[in-house]
Design a protein around this ligand. Structure first.
Ligand SMILES: Nc1ncnc2c1ncn2[C@@H]1O[C@H](COP(=O)(O)OP(=O)(O)OP(=O)(O)O)[C@@H](O)[C@H]1O
Ligand SMILES: [Mg+2]
Length: 274
């Protein structure tokens, strides 16, 4: 499969001298959905800001084979859509329409195409008909969805989201998970919501101190208690309490492996996964 993001030896120091990325290497394949996790200050957001050239560290970044150089930024920014953690950093227009139309207008599309892109993007995030609403008078969850629409309207090839589920209520979080699950494009999702990551992603990248400390199968890596604790994380509940046990189904007795709530009619031993 094609590599769509290739990062080699990326190091970035903020002007304060703070080394936020330290020799980071990462490749993402087309169509992959990758969770990026790690403690506060690990460098997740700093990494994301490099994916469309907002920050420019030392090292090499290629997006779909295109080098991250000044002249290539307009092309790369059409391919990589970033949803920032704070909607107020992303939404700057007086109306929802203007925010979602900003990208398509910049791409030089006709008025008709712009309108189409805006209504399609709003429809996808469940905000059909919200064009004339004022973003600053919307709820946090609605603003987050406007941000996603403002990125989707550019039809990106790679969707990058920084803490997309933070501050969402359970229903909005569930809608977000369903929405992201419905997208077939490559996704890179930085999050502290490990249960969401487990639902959405097969692969996880664990970052700490500006570098990748683990990369691979999400269920295996998030189940490693030592590794998780070492990097300020915890084994998620659904992995910790996943265990084999038997159920009686009519006449049949079957063994299952899953997490489940208690009390449970069948008594069985619980063991933490090793
Ligand atoms: N504008 C800035 N100026 C100086 N240092 C910064 C700036 N932004 C972030 N940092 C530092 O860079 C490091 C990485 O921060 P970053 O925001 O990328 O972490 P993060 O993994 O996204 O954390 P969180 O989980 O809290 O969002 C931290 O040490 C942070 O203090
Ligand atoms: Mg962050």
């Amino acid at each position: 499969m094609e590599t769509v993001v290739e990062i080699t030896d990326l190091t970035y120091l903020y002007p304060t001298g703070n080394k936020a990325l330290d020799n980071l290497n990462l490749s993402v394949l087309q169509g992959e959905r990758v969770a990026v996790v790690g403690p506060n200050g690990a460098g997740k957001s700093t990494l994301i800001l490099h994916l469309n050239g907002i920050l420019n560290g030392a090292g090499q970044i290629k997006v779909m084979g295109i080098g991250m150089e000044k002249g290539n930024l307009p092309k790369i920014r059409q391919k990589v859509g970033i949803v920032f953690q704070d909607p107020d950093h992303q939404l700057f227009s007086p109306t929802v329409f203007d925010d979602v139309a900003f990208g398509p207008i910049n791409m030089g599309l006709s008025e008709e195409d712009v309108n189409k892109r805006v209504s399609e993007a709003l429809e996808k995030v469940g905000l059909a008909g919200f064009e004339e609403r004022l973003p600053h008078r919307m709820s946090f969850g609605e603003k987050r969805r406007v941000c996603i629409a403002s990125v989707l309207s550019m039809s990106p090839e790679i969707l990058v989201l920084d803490e997309p589920s933070s501050s969402l209520d359970p229903r909005s979080r569930r809608e977000l998970i369903n929405l992201l699950n419905s997208f077939k494009i490559t996704q890179i999702i930085a999050t502290h919501d490990l249960e969401m990551a487990l639902e959405l992603c097969k692969r996880v990248v664990v970052m700490d101190k500006g570098t990748v400390v683990a990369d691979g199968d999400i269920k295996v890596i998030l189940g490693k208690e030592d590794l998780m604790l070492r990097h300020g994380l915890e084994v998620p509940h659904s992995i910790r309490f996943t265990h084999f046990h038997t159920h009686d189904h009519d006449e049949k007795r079957e063994e299952h492996c899953h997490a489940h709530c208690h009390p449970h009619p069948e008594m069985h031993e619980h063991k933490e996964r090793i």
